[in-house]
Design a binder for this molecule. Structure first.
Ligand code: ATP
Ligand code: MG
Length: 425
């Protein structure tokens, strides 16, 4: 029988990578705190309706990427393909935005989309997501964009491009949509079969088709700026003004439309020059119609999602620092079989004091234990003599200096030593 492997498009994040992910998530958590966002934990599966109504029937996600199944009670369930709809559902269900209140929430975790797996594109992937609910003003858009830029600045990412656009609202988008239908109907020969199909259902999506010929046709398409209503135009100007005041560079792109139907006004993406085809590290924007689409009241919102897998890839490629890999400070070594119990007790006490301590639990010999101790700062050695005299030999592994101290003083002694060596660094 062949061994069972992980399903296609999924992978294990092993220890050599997972500590880097912790670094990214911890840095994000700190940034979110600085920007006043609180963490929310959401279900990984939701009622399918949440996404078919909230993400939109004509999006790639709902049309062909969702993991949907009937549970044992016959209900249609979907593994979440994105977080925004779930955050909005939670806000409505828990009355977080009652009486015009606003709330800023963030979360991170796995998302699921049935896509063709390739570098930077997986079927189970991870997002860091931030949503600001209850505020319609453009200053909230600026804050959210600033948050995503700051997240990447702290991680040390280089060569990023912020691309923004406005996708209008329910008042002006139909007018633009009509213009697009007319334009693309005249250029139907240049469109791929998928876009010919999109023409009748969601012509805006043709604008971000990756097909070269569609892209060429899209370059000549009418510009949404010319169709925006006064409110959307003013909102967009305010967003641009706010970004400029904060000193951010950005590019305008009339072809940036986002795949999700609930987006209104601001749409943006952060691209990395180092990722090839999967070059978006974050995407977001405003979604003032999402709440109503899923049966809630009027709750405007703006947010973004950042692809953790892709950020880790770019950081690796750009040689960004992930900080120091957490290691073990102290290794406790047993000189003989009889000392192993005392060694485990000392190790546990060191751990209780907050240090990273390790000892061998498999019964390996002295030499092999000392090899494991190699990467640590201190070794605590206990043998027959130490047990008799109630002491422990503490060896500083960087300079080889060894002292004998009473066992009951060991924890305090090593903590002091480590504190001093830390301040010296
Ligand atoms: P793309 O155009 O690359 O498919 P998208 O528009 O579908 O992206 P969003 O729904 O905006 O992506 O998700 C936000 C971010 O999540 C993306 O910018 C990307 O970094 C990441 N992401 C999306 N899909 C995947 C995936 N299948 N694998 C890894 N990361 C992903
Ligand atoms: Mg996609």
């Amino acid at each position: 029988m062949s061994a069972i492997t992980a399903p296609r498009g999924t992978r294990d994040i092993l220890p050599q990578e997972s500590w880097k992910w912790s670094f990214i998530v911890n840095s994000a958590a700190e940034t979110m705190k600085n920007f006043g966002f609180s963490e929310i934990h959401l279900p990984i599966f939701e009622h399918t309706e949440l996404f078919s109504r909230g993400v939109g029937e004509t999006t790639d996600i709902v049309e062909k990427e969702m993991y949907t199944f009937n549970d044992r009670g016959g209900r249609s369930i979907t593994l979440r393909p994105e977080a925004t709809a779930g955050v909005m559902r939670a806000a409505i269900e828990n009355n977080l935005c009652a009486q015009g209140a606003s709330v800023k929430l963030w979360n991170w975790g796995p998302m699921f989309r049935h896509e063709r797996p390739q570098k930077g594109r997986y079927r189970q992937f991870y997002q860091i997501d931030a949503e600001c609910l209850g505020i319609a003003d453009a200053m909230a858009d600026v804050e959210v964009i600033a948050l995503s830029i700051e997240l990447f600045r702290r991680l040390g990412l280089k060569n990023l491009e912020v691309v923004i656009n406005s996708v209008g609202c329910e008042k002006c988008r139909p007018v633009y949509r009509q213009k697009l239908v007319e334009y693309f109907t005249a250029h139907i020969d240049e469109l791929c079969p998928t876009c010919v199909d999109r023409l009748g259902r969601n012509p805006l999506r043709i604008l971000d088709c990756k097909n070269e010929s569609c892209g060429h046709a899209a370059d000549g398409a009418p510009d949404i700026f010319d169709s925006l209503c006064d409110e959307c135009r003013e909102h967009f100007e305010k967003v641009r003004g706010g970004l400029e005041r904060l000193g951010f560079n950005y590019t305008l792109s009339k072809r940036l439309v986002r795949g999700l139907d609930y987006y209104t006004k601001t749409a943006y993406e952060i691209l990395s020059g180092d990722l090839g085809a999967q070059n978006a590290v974050a995407g977001g924007g405003r979604y003032d119609n999402l709440s109503k689409a899923i049966g809630g009241g009027k709750i405007p919102g703006v947010g973004f999602a950042c692809g953790l897998d892709r950020v880790a890839l770019v950081m690796e490629e750009q040689g960004c620092s992930f900080g120091k890999r957490p290691g073990t400070s102290v290794y406790c070594v047993a000189l003989d079989e009889e000392s192993r119990g005392d060694v485990q007790v000392l190790t546990h006490k060191l751990r209780m004091s907050g240090l990273s301590a390790e000892c061998d639990t498999s019964g390996r010999g002295f030499k092999s234990q000392m090899r494991s101790a190699g990467a640590c700062k201190f070794a605590c050695i206990i043998g027959n003599d130490e047990r008799k005299s109630g002491t422990v030999a503490v060896k500083n592994l960087s300079d080889g200096e060894q002292v004998s101290i009473p066992i009951e003083e060991a924890v305090t002694f090593i903590n002091e030593k480590l504190k001093n060596s830390e301040t010296l660094v």
